[in-house]
Design a protein. Structure first.
Lengths: 373, 155
């Protein structure tokens, strides 16, 4: 037989494989049904619900103060920011003005949370791609933030620090000193991150040109957060609809036009610097005053609809409350950033190899409980 | 556009719109379900409106009358926000609403979620399957009359 004959005889066939629900690169239980042709991905069909806890249904039963505690379990790496979202929604609906001190504390906590989240993402991203050392560096530094949290809040991860009307306790006397120590340390450590991974030629080759999202697609698919800013879409809620103390600080919205996985990676690296700048501006200027205003033990929202946007480490979190004037919401919806970001995965993974899918998923920074709710 | 400008502009283009009270957080409009797609095309394509970013789509069970779908739209150019409400005829047999997933691709997933958990049929959706629950699940958990004695704690 000649070569041409062989080619005619060989039949290829697309077939399905399951990636997950237990897969180390998914950081949770996400099942992707891949249609592959050889090693090339033709279609990605996400199957969700393996960690669905019906948080929205539970909210219809609980009081507003109880709901705040459930939000920790959405995106557990942005737990403080999730708490803040519900608190802000309730405060705006009741027209409660919180003290300036609360706004400052919340903003500092939110930025520390964002830093911790980005550190974990950075370490895990390295690990997914095959660079195990990054993980050790990231966890060394993240531990410092967790210790600061533990001292003031009592919890390292699921913080429950915000309550409607303020924060649960005042900051620890050592809080400011320790945060400043951490910032001083991390300003030296961040360049290490860049030498270790960002400029690594193998790492770059795994990410450049992989998983391209155009500016139009990012908006149309509702992609938000660093993933959209890597495509040059200005979407930072902290800038556009400022809340807490974000209107009092100066920071840049990091925008990179490229749109591939490496650009999304670089957005997060630069955002860490911006977060440190924000903390620097606030940490020495926390105003004196109360850390909480009194709210009634059983909060009842007026009839109507309320929406609150905040910027978590992954993008735009929305809390949509429909109230009928009772002690629990009639309907509560969490617009989670991960859910919308996942919807573009199929489109950007087609034509890439399976190993690239792992890189794309890391660059979109999924947290599965945030998607499943 | 400001709130009043938006309201008068939309009233001049599409008939049958009902606007919510002035005190609401965002401008809210209820559209008859036959006009939903006309309105969405207008909102997306008109150069002065340019609502290109749908940041939320959700379903509400207005027990015992009908189901509602709520769309939150924002323009990345002008930064104005509009909330669109649309309701089904009833809660029993006529529970369909036209899809907008071809106009706003992000609605593809959100509509599947609303179908899965609330049971709203989106006419014309290309792939309306359950997203979270298994295919053989009976009922739609976010409905107000859903009962599951084994898994729910009712106060």
């Amino acid at each position: 037989m000649t070569t041409t004959d062989v080619n005619q005889e060989l039949k290829t066939q697309e077939y399905l494989i399951n990636m997950g629900p237990q897969h180390p690169a998914a950081h949770g239980v996400l099942r992707l049904i891949l249609t592959i042709d050889g090693e090339i991905i033709r279609k990605v069909d996400p199957d969700l619900g393996y960690i669905h806890r019906s948080i929205e249904k539970m909210c219809e039963r609980d009081t507003y103060k109880q709901i705040v505690h459930l939000t920790d379990r959405l995106d557990y790496l942005s737990s403080h920011i999730n708490n803040e979202a519900v608190c802000l929604a309730v405060e705006n609906a009741l027209e409660i003005e919180v003290p300036e001190r609360v706004k400052y504390i919340r903003t500092i906590m939110a930025e520390l949370t964002r830093l911790a989240s980005h550190q974990l993402w950075w370490g895990v991203m390295g690990m997914d791609i095959g660079a195990l050392t990054a993980f050790m560096y990231a966890f060394r530094d993240r531990e410092m933030i967790n210790d600061i949290m533990e001292e003031t809040v009592g919890a390292r991860l699921t913080m429950n620090y915000s309550v409607p009307g303020g924060v649960m306790f005042d900051i620890h006397p050592d809080f400011q000193r320790k945060v400043k120590e951490f910032i001083k340390h991390f300003r030296k450590a961040l360049p290490e991150y860049n030498t270790l991974l960002s400029e690594n030629i193998i790492f770059k080759k795994r990410l450049k040109g992989i998983g391209y999202i155009s500016k139009e697609d990012a908006v149309a698919y509702g992609v938000s957060g660093p993933s959209a800013r890597g495509s040059g879409v200005s979407c930072d809620v902290r800038k556009i609809h400022p809340y807490s103390a974000y209107d009092k600080v100066e920071f840049n919205e990091v925008l990179i036009e490229g749109g591939d996985s490496y650009d999304r990676y670089m957005v997060r690296m630069k955002e860490m610097e911006e977060s440190m700048n924000i903390i620097d501006q606030l940490i020495d200027n926390i105003p004196e005053g109360d850390y909480q205003v009194k709210t009634s033990a059983l909060i009842k929202l007026p009839k109507g609809e309320f929406y609150q946007k905040v910027e978590t480490a992954r993008g735009e979190l929305g809390v949509f409350i429909v109230s009928d004037g009772k002690k629990s919401p009639y309907r509560l919806k969490f617009r989670s950033p991960g859910f919308s970001n996942l919807s573009i995965l199929d489109k950007i993974s087609r034509g890439h190899k399976i190993a690239d899918l792992v890189a794309i998923m890391s660059s979109l920074d999924f947290v599965i409980p945030d998607i499943d709710r | 556009m400001t709130r009043t400008e938006l309201q008068s502009f939309l009233t001049s283009k599409i008939e049958g719109l009902e606007f919510g009270e002035e005190t609401t957080q965002y401008l809210t409009v209820t559209v008859p379900k036959e006009k939903l797609r006309d309105l969405m095309f207008l909102l997306k394509d008109d150069e002065e409106l340019a609502f290109d970013y749908m940041f939320s789509l959700t379903a509400v069970d207005w027990f015992p009358k009908y189901f509602g779908v709520v769309y939150h739209l924002e323009s990345t150019k002008f930064r104005h926000i509009l909330v669109v409400h649309v309701n089904t005829e009833n809660r029993e047999d006529d529970i369909s609403i036209d899809t907008v997933s071809d106009i706003y691709p992000t609605a593809h997933f959100h509509e599947r979620e609303a179908y899965d958990l609330m049971g709203i049929i989106f006419e014309g959706h290309s792939d309306l399957r359950r997203l979270f629950l298994t295919d053989d699940w009976v009922g739609h958990p976010l409905r107000k009359d859903y009962v599951d004695e084994a898994n729910m704690i009712v106060k």
